[in-house]
Design a protein around this ligand. Sequence first.
Ligand code: SF4
Length: 198
Amino acid sequence: MSALNELAKEISLCRDCELCRQRTHVVPGEGREEAKLLFIGEAPGWHEDQQGRPFVGPAGHFLDQLLASIGLKREEVYIANVIKCRPPGNRDPSPLEMKACRKWLDRQMELIKPKVVVTLGRYSLAQFFPGESISKVRGTSRKKQGTIYFAMYHPAAALHQASLRQVIEEDIRKVPSLLAQAEEIKEAEPAPQQLSMF
Ligand code: SF4
């Protein structure tokens, strides 16, 4: 079993916050182990909780379409969430739950070592750049410790607000050039400092 699969097994046993009480399945994430591109959403919804897989409901179908629009399949990237268990009623995750679950995402990122991280929605953005406004920074990128971070709205936003669909479709088209840029970033980059702003 790969280290990432072993980690997923470990996550599936986690009871470190209240969300373990009402979940049907833990949703660790899935995709290619050596993926260059990592998508990070917020938390599992009803469909994800039922299946134990990320982005399998309507928002997931839209994400699949977005990936297809840039010539990718979900098997070629890795898809995870900040929170691994569904908040009841799809409520926002609490700061305590976010803090308790963060260690799993960190460990996943250590194993995957993505070149480009796409944050989907404000909770995902806040994990890496606290205090940033998704409406201001969406569609822009920054480099940090050899990784490019790119902010997008969560695909579910387009389901609630049709006007955002085109915005999201435009933003995803920037990802291939970011991947090309990432290939050029040297492994040993100095100091964990910001190289360019959103
Ligand atoms: S949400 Fe995260 S920290 Fe909470 S029980 Fe699930 S895996 Fe553990």
